[in-house]
Design a protein around this ligand. Structure first.
Ligand code: ZN
Length: 360
């Protein structure tokens, strides 16, 4: 029988502990790889947050990442759904987001929500749906059109186990750069190369015209020109792959086009149905709670027909307040899912509660 001295025994114990730690970390690595390759995860945040860390170039904090989770999983009946963040943008609220409101009222609206009075953060949330029949992406994010805090959609999709090449259907709610700017990659190639693209006939006709008039927008001339150029660039790239639809039409099984004109001439909300479950994708019918829900008659500088946009906003908000239905609103705080409550002339947003296990 071997007779080890006490210090030698301590070294052996340390080696055994080290082996156990290495073995368990290999086990963790394997199990997370298995989760990635076996399709979508059934839980939120844990599997993909590690992957998101890996794709960020600014991982310089003590915890290894400076960003939060970028996908949220849920179900609409039998449909597997993911909200996928494209990023966020913090900008002065005036003049673009409330050009007709009194500055003091704008400041008060923000302060009531414990937000900085001189900053507005907009969130950009695309929706991915796997219906079993189709793999569908609703809007493509901003790509490189609106700066470095945006354009993260394709990478976040891939990190969540959805390679962009697997998407067969891209539905565009409207042709503003934060919704179509991700059609082309930085290298000018289609980010979703195997997809058929769907957009409303009115939206396509407006933005592909030789002369696009944005005279009624209350934003800078430079921004208007950039919007038109982005629309021409990205829409011309899908000319051979586009199908135009009309309001009311079923675009693909389970997804119906709902007229939401005003913000743009052919903006479309989407009614997603599976069994008894419903979700309405509200596109840019409203941007945020402090302004558009508390003050639904305030304009945004981006509404081409402000009166029509306000009427559309009230109509959709009343509809989902009277017949409660889950709402996704593209620019609301991630994951941008909630319900609407009417309170007098105003509306309230009730965010859905975070779920660890994915459920309808
Ligand atoms: Zn938008």
């Amino acid at each position: 029988m071997m007779n080890f001295s006490k210090p030698f025994k301590q070294v052996i114990v340390l080696i055994l502990v080290a082996c156990a730690v290495i073995a368990s970390s290999i086990g963790v690595t394997l199990s997370s790889t298995e989760a990635q390759t076996s399709g979508l995860s059934t839980t939120n945040s844990t599997p993909h947050s590690a992957t998101n860390s890996a794709i960020n170039s600014t991982n310089n904090s003590a915890t290894g990442s400076t960003t939060n989770a970028a996908v949220y999983r849920f179900k609409v009946g039998a449909i597997d759904a993911l909200v996928v963040s494209d990023g966020s943008l913090t900008t002065p609220p005036l003049p673009n987001y409330a050009p007709t409101a009194e500055p003091a009222e704008v400041e008060q609206a923000l302060r009531e929500r414990f937000l900085p009075a001189d900053q507005l953060t907009l969130y950009f949330n695309a929706l991915y749906l796997d219906t079993g029949r189709n793999k569908i992406l609703i809007d493509t994010g901003s790509g490189r059109e609106l700066g470095p805090t945006l354009g993260r959609l394709a990478a976040n999709l891939r990190a969540a186990g959805v390679p962009p090449e697997t998407i067969d259907t891209v539905i565009l709610t409207h042709a503003h750069p934060d919704h179509i700017g991700g059609i082309l990659t930085a290298y000018g190639r289609l980010a979703y190369p195997n997809a058929r693209y769907y957009i409303s006939k009115a939206e396509w006709a407006f933005w592909t015209a030789a002369n696009v008039s944005l005279a009624s927008l209350k934003i800078s001339e430079g921004f208007k020109q950039a919007m038109v150029a982005a629309a021409h660039r990205h829409l011309s790239a899908i000319r051979e792959r586009v199908t135009l639809f009309q309001p009311g039409q079923e675009i693909v099984p389970g997804i119906q086009a709902v007229d939401a004109a005003g913000h743009t001439p052919g903006q479309t909300a989407l009614l997603i149905s599976s069994g008894q479950s419903r979700l309405i994708h509200a596109a840019d019918v409203f941007f945020n709670e402090a302004f558009d829900l508390e003050h639904p008659d305030w304009q945004t500088g981006f509404d081409l027909d402000p009166a029509q946009a306000a009427a559309t906003r009230r109509q959709l908000l009343n509809q989902v307040a009277l017949n409660p239905m889950l709402v996704l609103a593209y620019h609301m705080p991630f994951p941008a899912l909630g319900h609407i409550r009417a309170r007098g002339e105003r509306y309230e947003w009730e965010p859905t509660l975070w779920q660890f296990e994915v459920a309808d």
